[in-house]
Write a new protein. Structure first.
Lengths: 903, 119
């Protein structure tokens, strides 16, 4: 460059600089302006560097920097270290980004590995929270959210009948009704009925009892499914006299028939009858629940005639025609049904069609509870995240020096934040992975714990939605607890981070944040514990309710198949021998037989009443729970008499004569309005004689502690025919149920080796099974509550430990100046308990609101139980005190000299 | 307000560079920029604005002082301000150097110095 060129350029630069210098305050400009201009010109001219364009660019950049500094000086802000670092050679390409991330990951892994306790703790807590969430979400998913596995499930409706006058919301369907609905409707594409039942299955000489269904031939079609192998039922199979055929489930096919297509066409024996396997239906056929095999309704007796007496006993399902609403379909069926009155009688005016969307029925009971559990688990996760955030915050403080060095040696703030965020992401990925695994195992555990009848429709499976959810939770927490401490730690630049932790405003802000986290944790823990306590209380009140019978009674059931017990005499002989042999067992004090034990279902008859009171129109003919029993059974059951006593057994041949019956309290009050009704007559149908009431018993809660009881009657065993399904009951003081079971099995085996004994157990075990859902919820919530408590205590402890370690100097000084140990402990604990107390107060308020809302979903739940709140507060408060005491004691043992010296 | 070395919080990087440059002898603003660039192998280039703001502050704090010397001969015979270290400034720089050395030592014991960005 020639001299004149330089001069020209120099002058231009000077002019540019003088403009920029205007940004500086006047005093500064006066003092340093000249020097700065000279330096600027020198920097631009002397630096060698190629094209004029590049020089221009450099000049521009420098001017920009000066302008920024000018503004900063004017605003009085401290200058940032605005020196230019030449970019890495790689910086321009995308490779550097990937390399940078890989580097971050490696570095993060290394630094996490170096603190195994911290890492394990954080990953563990996150895994716990994610596992709980994933488990409950899976349950929610499969029970509520996931579409049903049928084709076009929204068009499926449940068929039923309703009879308010009988006091029944769900009557079941009588076959002739179904027949005419099916034939005459114009709103359904197809419909089918079925009955869930149990078969005695005989394989390899070993009798077994399995769940099955007797179905209408179109059932698979209605569900929109096709056989996996083989063929579906046809109309020909359903005709009278057709050879008996069966469809089996996939699982049955794999487990019992070897999964072999050769099995098609081979016979299986259900209830001592041979059926030919013609096909396999897919596992998606979750209706009828739990069935391993389907046989046709027509194969059984008394099914499908259209004349004669009928029972209402079938379940039904229908597929609406496209475009038809459920209201239209109901109107259609009701019209058809009204037309049946002349043919089938006035009962068709009382029991009328009822339709419900399939989805509602499958989900009805569980939906709200699952959402409740979901809320609980979300709270648990929040507590875990609060813990983790606190740990990360404390860790970030301790790593201040490391960050400072990195910053001072050139790493930008963005880079440092990226580094810390990578660590958080790594933790989250690890926590999420472990959590999903734990959740999967947990689900399997819960599934295994469910009683058999629940397992059918509660098929908890993890699908992509669960994983997505787990990842969202894990990723969300990464951002939540990774970013905040990272921003916090680097906000004041490297010098801020290099300054000693614990001093001044940075330390105080951190301590306040930690205190806030503790408050939040404690509040959440209170809410969860109150919820758990409330539901636990509701469950306990259910189980403690007096059932009106002795739960220690040991029962078991048997069915006598038609093939081997074709007539009443054969059955009577069996029952008599069974009763005798069981009664003769050593240690058995009371025993008897019945047709229906508590918690085993329902059989309803109608009775005429002698001199009864006027009944309201809507419930003019209540259905009566009808059971047949031996007098010994009533004793074994332990019923309590309000009046009178048991009936006598009826000798064979005298069934036509009047015999005594026993009714329950509800029966007496319903029909006569009082309980002293001894001698009053009841009868089932005109052709039968009036039967005198000889005893009135206190209600037995036949349907469970959570369901109301209806009018019930006991009649002597065998008077209206010998049953094919019977249950024995026995009581023994001396021997336990599991000792008696093999003896009873032996007796049954001797009497008939082909008969399996099923549903054997004490009534209290049956009660437990009946309440499986409530128990599951109560247990889960209790577990969550305990976890929340542990996590919250952990948070309290670690927070106070950290705060104490930060303020070691201060404590040391105070002790050096004469403060006594006890005083220090007191003050530290007081400081710690202050945030805990705040959390308790907030938590109580939240719990009050939440419990009120949740209680509406559960019966028996008392949301305003003062004892519950008191217990929770006391428990948390005491535990928190302990958690605060330990670090406080440690603080009081500080050697004053060493504490000060270390600083 | 001048500060005593023993109470000094850590120096800002700019300030340290200035003190480092002046430790080798009095110089003017541009000289400081040149010295810094040389010492850092071209990685650190001070901006005039930043530099002079730092110089202003460091003067207020008593770390540096304007030197009496003026350039006797110069390329274009311009008058520039020269700066030199004060005792306080020298002590502060020494303290900072010691502190940084300690940090580097600590960093060496960890894996930080494996990181090519830093090394």
């Amino acid at each position: 460059m020639s001299r004149s060129e330089r001069t020209t350029l120099a002058r231009a630069l000077v002019r540019a600089a003088s403009v920029v210098l205007l940004l500086y305050p006047r005093r500064f400009r006066t003092r340093y302006g000249a020097d700065m201009t000279e330096v600027f010109v020198d920097v631009c001219l002397v630096r060698s560097g190629g094209s004029p364009a590049r020089r221009l660019a450099r000049a521009g950049r420098t001017l920009l920097g000066m302008a920024r500094s000018g503004l900063a000086e004017r605003l009085g802000r401290r200058p940032e270290p605005h020196y230019r670092i030449p970019h890495d050679r790689h910086a321009r390409s995308g490779v550097s980004l990937v390399n940078g991330i890989l580097q971050d990951v490696r570095y993060a892994a290394r630094s996490l590995r170096k603190q195994p306790a911290f890492t394990a703790l954080v990953v563990g807590m996150l895994a716990l929270g994610v596992a709980a969430n994933a488990t409950i979400f899976s349950a929610l998913n499969s029970a509520v959210l996931r579409p049903m596995p049928f084709a076009d499930p929204d068009r499926l409706v449940v068929l039923d009948e309703i009879a308010p006058q009988w006091g029944l919301e769900s009557v079941s369907i009588a076959y002739p009704d179904f027949h005419y609905w099916n034939e005459r409707n114009r709103t359904f594409e197809s419909m089918a009925v079925y009955d869930t039942t149990m078969f005695n299955l005989s394989v390899d000489g070993r009798p077994d009892r399995v769940y099955g269904a007797r179905v209408h031939w179109r059932l698979l079609h209605v569900l929109g499914l096709e056989p996996v192998v083989g063929r579906d039922f046809t109309a020909e199979d359903f005709e009278e006299g057709a050879p008996p055929v069966t469809l089996v489930s996939e699982r049955f096919w794999h487990e019992r028939l070897g999964g072999d297509t050769e099995a098609l066409g081979s016979p299986v024996r259900f209830d001592s009858r041979e059926f030919t396997v013609i096909g396999v239906y897919p596992d998606e056929a979750v209706l009828p629940a739990n069935a391993v095999a389907w046989t046709l309704l027509s194969a059984g007796a008394n099914c499908c005639e259209l004349e004669g007496d009928h029972s209402w006993w079938l379940e039904g399902i229908g597929r609406l025609a496209p475009g038809v609403t459920i209201e239209q379909a109901l109107a259609d069926l009701q019209a058809i049904h009204a037309g049946l009155v002349p043919e089938l009688g006035s009962s068709r005016e009382i029991a009328t069609p009822r339709l419900d969307p399939l989805h509602e029925l499958l989900v009805a009971d569980t939906g709200p509870m699952l959402w409740l559990l979901f809320g609980a688990v979300a709270i648990l996760l929040m507590i875990a995240c609060a813990n983790i955030a606190g740990l990360m915050l404390a860790r970030a403080a301790r790593r201040g020096r490391e960050m400072g060095v990195r910053a001072a040696l050139g790493a930008g703030r963005a880079r440092i934040i990226r580094q810390l965020l990578t660590e958080s992401l790594l933790i989250s990925v690890a926590g999420g992975a472990v959590g999903v695994l734990l959740g999967h195992l947990g689900m399997r555990r819960i599934m295994a714990a469910l009683p058999l009848q629940a397992q059918g429709w509660v098929q908890i499976q993890a699908d992509w939605r669960t994983f997505l959810f787990a990842i969202a939770v894990a990723g969300g927490t990464a951002i939540l607890f990774g970013l905040a401490p990272a921003l916090y730690a680097t906000r004041s630049g490297p010098q801020g981070v290099l300054s000693d932790a614990g001093r001044g405003s940075a330390g105080k802000g951190r301590r306040r944040a930690l205190g806030l986290l503790v408050t939040v944790e404690v509040a959440l823990a209170v809410v969860l514990l109150v919820g758990a306590g409330m539901i636990g209380g509701a469950f306990r009140s259910l189980t403690e309710r007096d059932l009106g019978f002795n739960e220690e009674a040991f029962v078991g059931s048997l069915t006598l198949p038609e093939a081997t017990y074709p007539d009443a005499d054969a059955r009577r002989a069996f029952w008599e021998r069974l009763d005798e042999r069981i009664g003769a067992l050593p240690g058995v004090e009371l025993s008897g037989l019945t047709t229906l034990a508590p918690l085993s279902g329902h059989t309803g008859w109608f009775f005429d009443i002698e001199d009864g009171i006027e009944l309201p129109e809507e419930e003019s003919r209540p259905v009566v729970l009808t059971r047949f029993a031996t007098p010994g059974y009533l004793e074994a059951l332990g019923v309590e008499y309000l009046a009178g006593g048991p009936f006598e057994a009826v000798p064979p041949g005298e069934e036509e004569d009047p015999f005594g019956v026993v009714v329950n309290e509800t029966f007496a009050r319903t029909f006569w309005g009082r309980t002293d009704v001894l001698g009053k007559g009841v009868r089932n149908g005109d052709e039968r004689p009036w039967l005198p009431i000889v005893g009135v018993i206190r209600d037995t809660r036949h349907y469970g502690p959570d369901r109301p009881m209806r009018p019930g009657v006991f009649m002597p065993f065998g008077v209206y025919g010998q049953p094919s399904l019977g249950t024995f009951a026995l009581r023994s003081e001396a021997r336990a149920a599991d000792q008696l079971l093999p003896d009873v099995r032996a007796i049954v085996g001797e009497l008939d080796s082909d008969l399996p004994l099923f549903r054997a157990g004490t009534l209290s075990e049956h009660l437990g099974e009946h309440l499986w859902a409530q128990r599951l919820y109560a247990s889960l919530l209790a577990a969550f509550g305990a976890l929340a408590l542990v996590l919250a205590l952990g948070g309290i402890y670690s927070t106070l430990s950290y705060v104490v370690s930060e303020r070691r100097t201060e404590i040391g000084i105070r002790m050096a100046l004469g403060a006594r140990r006890a005083q220090v402990v007191r003050e530290v604990v007081a400081a710690g308990m202050k945030v805990v107390a705040a959390g308790l107060v907030v938590g109580l308020g939240l719990a009050w609101l939440a419990a009120g809302a949740a209680a509406s979903l559960l019966e028996g739940a008392n949301p305003r139980d003062p004892a519950l709140y008191a217990v929770v507060v006391a428990l948390l408060g005491a535990a928190a005190l302990g958690a605060n005491l330990l670090p406080a004691r440690r603080a009081s043992r500080t050697e004053p000299a060493s504490a000060i010296r270390t600083e | 307000m001048s500060r005593t070395a023993s109470m000094a919080p850590p120096l800002r990087p700019v300030e340290f560079y200035v003190l480092l440059a002046l430790a080798q002898g009095e110089t003017h603003g541009y000289g400081i920029i040149q010295a810094t660039e040389r010492q850092s192998d071209g990685r650190v280039r001070l901006d005039p604005g930043t530099l002079y703001r730092a110089l202003a502050r460091m003067q207020d704090e008593g770390l540096i002082a304007e030197s009496a010397r003026r350039a006797a001969e110069d390329l274009d015979d311009r008058r520039r301000r020269y700066y030199s270290l004060t005792e306080t400034g020298r002590a502060a720089a020494a303290e900072e150097a010691r502190r940084l050395a300690g940090l580097v030592r600590a960093a060496t014991e960890t894996d930080l110095l494996d990181d090519p960005e830093i090394a």
